[in-house]
Ligand binder design. Structure first.
Ligand code: ZN
Ligand code: MN
Length: 473
């Protein structure tokens, strides 16, 4: 299938990733562990931007940034330099954001995604370090708010801004890009993606290869897809009515699912970038070999290895390698039972039950899933009972072996099934006659009777086979 892009949709994404796994902020010693704290309790003169305070760079933050750059297949710059990006906003009390400008720490990388028509390479323009501003909290909705509160706990947190080329051609591709990016960052163990504000997305969107519009304030991946769908439709309708698309910045209103015009886009000149005199340039090239050694096996490589090493299908390998926790969980299970059976049980069944309950893989133990798989593969319980046990463990706790006893899930002995088959045939002569006369449906009726007699503890497929054998005698 060849995916055409007749509307010339181009989407580029700017993703701000908060490195909340660092212990301290980017330029001061304040703790990053503020997410459950009272407002304005994780602050100091540096991150409050008080006059006379001086920044000191967080070495670990630079290391994380290099690691991210390498994982995104970027070139790491020889020497980086921080700049001041000047603008006034209450969440930024210094009056400028300390960021990187002409020497971003990483440039020219790529991410491979599953595109609309097979694998696609999305180019990464750059990844640079900068500080997070504070957080404004409007009292009520942004347009009707009577007042605004400011929380500076977030001020000075380390951000990596990852900028892509406009290589995505649909909201779905954008979503896949974001999922892949999150997966890679998850592997690098540089952030906890579940924390509020861990990944924030701005999008550049254009249609018919025209001017681009920037959409800001997208707070979730689902939101990104919705915002993009809306914005593409809006631009097309506008052009259809004879309008023209001009450079502008729009705000995504998540509640209403629409984008609203904010301002014409500022240009770089408006920011009066100049080198940060309080921070010396950093020669980072020398760090690269050491950081390279700490780079883990990444999702694509792990997926390929799972396929080769465990002989599992691509679909399972993908599902098992998106999250590092799930990948590790699977490998532990696969070391104890048949890896192919393990893939089905972990990727298809367990993950499905976890997703349904909004839980992650920590909610289940390797030991318990191994027990379930062993019970099924040794033919002691049916597959359906295996699923039932997983649900019971998740909903009420308990051990699979105990649940088997409590619920009486052990499969009935062969001879009991055989007896039930004989009885079912003897007691339902009409159905037997119908089946022999060619009515396939009657067979299901008799299978149902066998299941009833064994209280559902016979394997339906086996019961069916036994019944067929008997009827064809
Ligand atoms: Zn501070
Ligand atoms: Mn930024």
């Amino acid at each position: 299938m060849v995916y055409e892009n007749p509307d010339g949709v181009r989407i580029g994404l700017e993703v701000h990733v908060q490195l909340n796994k660092l212990n301290t902020k980017l330029f001061c010693g304040c703790s990053t562990n503020y997410h459950d704290s009272e407002p304005n309790t994780h602050v100091c003169p540096v991150c409050l931007g008080l006059p006379g305070s001086l920044p000191v760079i967080n070495e670990k933050a630079v290391e994380f940034a290099i690691k991210i750059g390498l994982a995104l297949n970027c070139n790491i710059v020889e020497q980086t330099q921080f700049h001041r990006k000047n603008y006034y906003y209450p969440d930024l009390p210094k009056g400028f954001q300390t960021t990187q400008y002409d020497f971003p720490i990483a440039g020219e990388g790529k991410i491979v995604i599953e595109g609309e028509d097979g694998e696609r390479v999305i180019r990464i323009t750059r990844a640079h370090m900068e500080e997070d501003p504070g957080r404004l909290q409007h009292m009520g909705s942004i347009d009707k708010s009577k007042g605004t509160l400011i929380n500076y706990n977030r001020s000075g947190m380390t951000l990596i801004e990852i900028v892509s080329e406009p290589d995505m051609r649909s909201p779905k591709e954008a979503r896949r890009y974001l999922d892949k990016l999150r997966s890679i960052l998850d592997y690098l163990d540089v952030f906890d993606g579940d924390l509020e504000g861990a990944m924030r997305v701005d999008a550049n969107v254009s249609v018919y290869m025209g001017e681009r519009v920037e959409v800001k304030n997208i707070s979730s991946f689902k939101g990104a897809e919705r915002a993009l769908l809306y914005e593409i439709m809006r631009q097309k309708n506008h052009i259809r009515r004879g309008g023209e698309i001009t450079l502008e910045t729009r705000h995504f209103d998540e509640a209403r699912g629409v984008t609203l015009s904010m301002r014409t886009k500022e240009t770089e000149n408006d920011y009066r970038y100049f080198p940060e005199p309080d921070l010396v340039p950093l020669r980072v090239a020398d760090w690269v070999p050491e950081v390279l050694k700490t780079l883990p096996e990444l999702p694509d490589a792990k997926r390929d290895r799972f396929i080769k090493e465990y002989g599992i299908i691509d679909m399972h390998a993908r599902a098992l390698t998106t999250e590092i926790k799930v990948a590790n969980f699977y490998e532990e299970v696969a070391s104890k039972v048949d890896p192919k059976a393990a893939a089905v049980w972990v990727a298809d069944i367990l993950k499905g039950e976890l997703n349904y309950r909004d839980l992650n893989v920590d909610a289940f133990t390797v030991e318990d899933i191994v027990s379930v798989i062993e019970l099924v593969t040794s033919n002691k319980i049916t597959e359906q009972s295996g699923v039932e046990i997983i649900r019971a463990v998740l909903d009420n706790g308990g051990k699979p072996q105990d649940i088997v006893k409590e619920k009486g899930l052990l499969k009935v002995e062969d001879d009991i099934v055989a007896k039930a088959v004989e009885e079912a045939i003897a007691e339902n002569p009409e159905a037997v006659a119908d089946y022999r006369a060619g009515k396939e449906k009657s067979l299901n009726f008799i299978v149902g009777k066998v299941m009833q007699k064994t209280k559902g503890r016979a394997d339906a497929r086996e019961a069916r086979e036994k019944l067929l054998a008997k009827l064809d005698e």
